[in-house]
Design a binder for this molecule. Structure first.
Ligand code: G4F
Length: 328
């Protein structure tokens, strides 16, 4: 039985990845931070077979203890402060967690492996936010990185540190450059879930409108459940490497709104959306569109859920959730 250790277990990716690994017969350990973390309950209810270990990616000694308990064959570093807008307000904290946190997990992995580096494989959750002011369209593994937020800068550090551990120590360390990936489990602070939650409430007569920021930014949105499969595939390869994981399609926030409102039968939606300066960013990433050719050719990976189906899946889930809440 293979053993996996996941940091960032409480996020949507941690939950989908746990489900995938458990279905493959893995023993799964999840690192959980803080005293009485309120999200521990969520993990226990969604994936009760995951064993939770206390630890924090900013605290190397806690990682060393977690590694010694979990004895992992595979380590997935998904832990990060992942909300881009927040990273301007907490640039130092974001750098510590999203950047230096990667170094800590890499170092814990190296110490745990000791002389036998073949003992463990490492995955880093890199991000398309690293492309920022994009230097190629579409973006691929070789595209120059030009981050536009403290979060993006921290991710670039983690990305290059992963490559450096691979090149310096010969560690099996791979990095997945994941483009935006969403699901009904997405946090409501991200634009997709913010929209599907609000549109569900508007359709049910519980809310009048929604305030957003820049509607013209474009993102390559895929389904998180598809993307965790790419993470796993990377660690099954003989050689560690870096891969873009994306759909190869891009859509604006406006198009997302269009599909969401259409799904609940509202065509005339413009009057329900206001633009609020609070939700604009000091520096925007205008266009993300990934070229997933390498992942398709080398990993045999392909996304299964398309854009329209993703919007509808999230909205249907929010409609059900809002109806249940309203009925209580
Ligand atoms: O949903 P978002 O907050 O995601 P963002 O910034 O693209 O980051 C996500 O994807 C990255 C991968 O590229 C991950 F690394 C990262 O952790 C995260 O998962 O914003 C998407 C777009 C932005 O252009 C933003 O300006 O939506 C725009 N937007 C417009 N109004 C808004 C809003 N974003 C949010 N969160 N809230 C708004 O009201």
């Amino acid at each position: 039985m293979k053993r996996a250790l996941i940091t960032g277990i409480t996020g949507q990716d941690g939950l989908y990845l746990s489900e995938l690994l458990l279905s493959k017969g893995y023993e799964v350990y999840g690192l959980i931070r803080g005293q009485n973390n309120p999200k521990a309950e969520l993990v226990r209810s969604v994936v009760p077979d995951v064993k939770l270990l206390n630890g924090d990616i900013t605290d190397l000694s806690s990682l060393i203890r977690a590694f010694s308990e979990a004895q992992p064959d595979e380590v997935y570093n998904l832990g990060a402060i992942s909300f881009v807008a927040y990273s301007w307000e907490n640039a130092r904290l974001t750098s510590d967690v999203t950047g230096i946190g990667v170094l800590n997990v890499l170092e814990a992995t190296r110490l745990y492996a000791g002389q036998d580096l073949s003992k463990v494989r490492f995955y880093q959750a890199s991000s398309s936010e690293m492309f920022g002011k994009v230097q190629d369209v579409p973006q691929r593994e070789s595209t120059l990185l030009w981050p536009r937020s403290p979060y993006g800068v921290a991710k670039v550090y983690g990305h290059y540190m992963t490559i450096n551990y691979r090149e310096s120590y010969g560690m099996h360390a791979s990095s997945g450059i994941l483009f935006n990936h969403e699901s009904p489990r997405r946090g409501p602070e991200f634009v997709t879930r913010k929209i599907t939650q609000a549109v569900a409430r508007i359709a049910l007569g519980l809310q009048d409108g929604i305030a957003l920021g820049n509607l013209d930014a474009k993102r390559d949105w895929g389904f998180a459940g598809d993307y965790v499969e790419a993470m796993w595939l990377m660690l099954q390869q003989e050689q560690a490497d870096d891969y873009v994981v994306a759909t190869g399609e891009t859509h604006s926030i406006r198009e997302f709104l269009e599909v969401a409102f259409a799904h609940v039968g509202i065509d005339d939606w413009e009057g329900k959306v206001t633009q609020d300066p609070r939700f604009f960013r000091p520096a925007e990433v205008d266009l993300l569109i990934g070229d997933p050719t390498k992942a398709r050719e080398q990993l045999g990976w392909q996304p299964k859920v398309g854009f329209d189906d993703l919007v509808r899946m999230m909205l249907d889930s929010d409609l059900a959730q809002q109806k249940e809440l309203a009925g209580r």
